[in-house]
Design a protein around this ligand. Structure first.
Ligand code: DGL
Length: 273
């Protein structure tokens, strides 16, 4: 089916993730741009993306983008580091000029690369994100004086998605990852997974203020605003509407959602495949 371009200010912003973690980005966008309408898609049936083959991640991301285009979105935000690192080019190619496509990695890379102070940056994320070296490659390309130390932390996203954080066991798991020699002596750490803002207090507890924590949600939301301003596509409405779709609806997702998004969320099940 042919999809027409929806580049009008009143069109919604489409946001997707492998699950409900991307709601942290949706939340930040809603706060900074309350007039925008949002269509969110969480691919909970295929979660986690972090352990999937690149071809599968690309297939899911393109399929969801198609749904967001058919829903009339002017912009598609890939609110998942794994999909951003593996499928950004494929989604951009597929979407063409029909909508603006934004990932969660480039805005963060631009922000940290411009720093004159940072010399050693840690990155934690899923296996797929870390294996892609998307952060390490792009940061050192833009600022060769920065050393990037990356660590895959595959247990964290499923643990958080299950609502399992802010307790002794989650703190022990987080500490054991952050203790690894691979990411020692860093000045700053990028939370390269949209689930991780929920464990930010536990990461802060571990570093005791000695390491700056970079959480992409705010950086991406500011970038989204700038892009819409530049393209004269900001929605002038006083208050936008939000719809939240998931590919698999379970009581555990419904329960966890409240941690990720402040405000009312009614998850609706949508079969895309
Ligand atoms: N939210 C996803 C990300 O930012 C991680 C979860 C997953 O493995 O699907 O990478």
């Amino acid at each position: 089916m042919q999809v027409k371009s929806s580049l009008t200010p009143e069109s919604p912003i489409g946001i997707f993730d492998s699950g409900i973690g991307g709601l942290t980005v949706a939340n930040a966008i809603r706060k900074i741009l309350p007039g925008e309408s949002i269509i969110y898609f969480g691919d909970t049936a295929h979660l986690p993306y972090g352990d999937k083959a690149p071809e599968s991640i690309i297939g899911y991301a393109v399929g969801i983008s198609d749904f967001l285009l058919k829903s009339g979105c002017k912009m598609i935000v890939i609110a998942c580091n794994t999909a951003s690192s593996i499928a950004f080019d494929a989604v951009k190619k597929h979407v063409g000029k029909k909508a603006i496509v934004i990932d969660v990695i480039n805005p963060v890379v631009a922000e940290v690369s411009s720093s004159k102070k940072l010399k050693r940056i840690g990155v934690i994320g899923t296996r797929a994100t870390i294996k892609s070296e998307a952060y390490a490659r792009r940061i050192t390309q833009s600022n060769p004086s920065i050393e990037v130390l990356s660590l895959a932390t595959p247990l964290l996203a499923p643990m958080i998605e299950e609502g399992f954080f802010d307790n002794k066991i989650s703190q022990t798991i987080i500490n054991s990852y952050l203790d690894r020699p691979k990411i020692r002596k860093i000045e700053s750490i990028i939370l390269a997974c949209t689930h991780y803002p929920l464990i930010r207090p536990e990461i802060e507890k571990y570093y005791k203020g000695k390491v700056q924590i970079i959480d992409s949600a705010q950086i991406v939301a500011a970038y989204v605003k700038k892009q819409l301003e530049l393209k004269k596509l900001l929605n002038p409405a006083p208050k936008g509407k939000q719809r939240f779709y998931v590919s698999d609806l379970t009581p555990s997702f419904i329960k966890s959602t409240r941690h990720f998004f402040t405000g009312k969320v009614k998850l609706e099940k949508k079969n895309l495949w």
